[in-house]
Design a protein. Structure first.
Length: 84
C-alpha cells in the first residue's frame, strides 16, 4: 500500500516472480475511504449529489450486491401474510 513499509511491486512483476497469491487486507477499506472523501468533496459546495452519479453505485445494483432480492424472498416465505 502507498505509504506502507512493504515495497510496491506491480502485479505482473509478482506473477513473473512466481507469486500465485497476494493479500492486501486494507486495500478495499482505503479505497472506500477515498471514495467517501471524493463524494463528500464533490457535494460540499451545493449540498447535492445530483449529477455526480459517477461517484455512487446504482440503487438496484446496491440491492443486488447486499442480497436484497434474497431477503425479500425469505420475507415472502416466512413472514405472516398480514405483516407484508
Amino acid at each position: 500500500m502507498k505509504g506502507g513499509k512493504t515495497p510496491l511491486v506491480a502485479i505482473e512483476e509478482l506473477r513473473d516472480m512466481g507469486v500465485a497469491r497476494i493479500s492486501i487486507p486494507v486495500g478495499p477499506l482505503f479505497a472506500s475511504v477515498k471514495g467517501l472523501m471524493n463524494y463528500l468533496d464533490a457535494i460540499k459546495g451545493d449540498k447535492l449529489a445530483e449529477g455526480r452519479f459517477d461517484l455512487v453505485i446504482d440503487f438496484d445494483e446496491f440491492k443486488k450486491l447486499v442480497g436484497f432480492p434474497e431477503y425479500r424472498e425469505l420475507e415472502r416465505k416466512y413472514l405472516p401474510k398480514f405483516v407484508e
